[in-house]
Design a protein around this ligand. Structure first.
Ligand code: AKG
Length: 294
């Protein structure tokens, strides 16, 4: 696989924007739609990154999380799934307001959280198979974004320690990459505190970690359109009484919400009523004029 080194001083790249860039929302959306990815720098400060890394180390150690059981998950990679159940600091990232705006600019209204997973790559890891995160979506390709993956760099990402590998523009291909094919990739090199935002159809994979001792800590937070199935079963993944204590935006993103005032209802009730919220939106049917729409 040929690696093209990515300009680390990314302020000049048209895929990379400091968080305070003017018009950042449309810049990110446009880069994701045209090239399949964007990088935003300075999203998290150093202290936050450090404390999230310590949290990950603690959970891995307390829960006895070892390396992956297969090549895709990585024989030298540790993953913690359902991170939102593991503490408020992870939940805060999921509802990071600027990020939700950037994701919404790609996915539209009423999108959902699809999953939260730490991806901690250790020295000795081999390159992950190139894939698209929306690979299970049975729509002809290319198609509009149904998923957006955000990868938060908690440590520096560089070519040597396993920065995510990307094939720019591949979200516009009619196919998915096949095992054994050779594709030219670039390394999503970015300083700790940056976030990589990917169109769900973009071909990518975790990089190989050939460094002697650099641990690569990434947090993957994925969102899907409100009409798609979430990858992780978040509604069952956290007890209702716990979800009831979460911020409203997080409750909605987990699935206690409705898409276009119809998808997600329970016996004509809003799902928020299950966690004690008095929410009575009008169903879409109430607004339909039977003479026009039947
Ligand atoms: O760790 C990474 O950089 C990407 C991993 C990934 O794409 C995946 O596991 O689906």
């Amino acid at each position: 696989m040929g690696f093209v080194s990515y300009d680390l001083d990314m302020q000049s790249s048209d895929n990379t924007f400091p968080i305070d860039a003017s018009g950042i929302e449309s810049k990110v959306a446009s880069a994701v739609e045209t090239q399949g990815f964007a990088i935003v720098t300075n999203v998290l400060d150093e202290r936050t990154c450090q404390s999230l890394v310590e949290e990950i180390d603690r959970i891995e150690s307390e829960s006895g999380i070892g390396f992956g059981p297969n090549e895709f998950e990585g024989f030298r990679t540790r993953r913690i799934f359902n991170l939102i159940a593991h503490g408020p600091s992870f939940r805060d990232l999921v509802i990071h307001e600027p990020m939700l705006n950037w994701v919404g600019a790609v996915l539209g209204d009423d999108f959902l959280l699809s999953g939260t997973t730490s991806m901690h790559i250790s020295p000795g890891e081999t390159p992950q198979l190139l894939h698209a995160d929306d690979g299970m979506i049975s729509l002809p390709r290319p198609h509009i974004a149904t998923m957006v993956t955000t990868m938060w760099a908690l440590s520096d990402f560089n070519e040597e320690n396993g920065a995510t590998q990307l094939v720019p523009g591949s979200h516009l291909e009619p196919n998915m990459p096949r095992p054994g094919e050779i594709h030219t990739t670039i390394s999503a090199e970015m300083p700790a505190g940056s976030a990589l935002i990917l169109h769900g159809s973009l071909w990518h994979g975790g990089g190989q970690n050939s460094s002697p001792n650099s641990e690569r800590y990434g947090l993957s937070i994925q969102y899907v359109s409100g009409w798609c199935r979430q990858q992780q079963n978040l509604m069952l993944g956290t007890p209702r009484e716990t979800v009831a204590t979460y911020p409203r935006r997080l409750q909605e993103l987990i699935g206690y919400s409705m898409y276009r005032n119809v998808m997600g209802h329970i016996e004509r009730e809003h799902p928020l009523t299950l966690i004690g919220v008095d929410e009575r939106p009008k169903m879409v049917w109430d607004r339909m004029d039977s003479k026009l729409d039947s």
